[in-house]
Design a protein around this ligand. Sequence first.
Ligand code: ZN
Ligand code: ZN
Length: 155
Amino acid sequence: MTASTHQCICGCGQTAFTVSAPALFRIYCHCTICQRFNDAPFADVLIFKRDDVVLPAAEAVSFDTYKPPPNVQRGKCASCGVPAVELFDIPLLPKLVMVPAGMFGFQDSLPDAAMHLFYDKRQADIDDALPKYSGFLPSQWAILSQLWSARRRAQ
Ligand SMILES: [Zn+2]
Ligand SMILES: [Zn+2]
């Protein structure tokens, strides 16, 4: 991502918001919740700090909690239903926002994904050189280490 401010917009145009800094990193997540939320074999999402995202208008997005505790809110455009934004408020972590790659108009300028998570839940094998993590703890640990190194880069 070269420009520091980027516009995200859904297909119907109702859900629009901006990110004001580059993504921390990008992941492919194969967990069953992501499969369900995205109606796809895996999620392709960019992770931002909450402070770097101007969230869409509350009425544009319908949020759902797919699994307790309710610290992850996944939102779809209330009008066209595409996965639009996911809010992560997890204890001990900075507040994060995940934005599906499909919300960005310029796919070429997005960073390459860093890893596959919950690869044990995959619907199909993926033939690439990215690290692949299976299971809850290894996947959580991989996210944490990425966050730490992204933070170090930012300082
Ligand atoms: Zn997932
Ligand atoms: Zn829409």
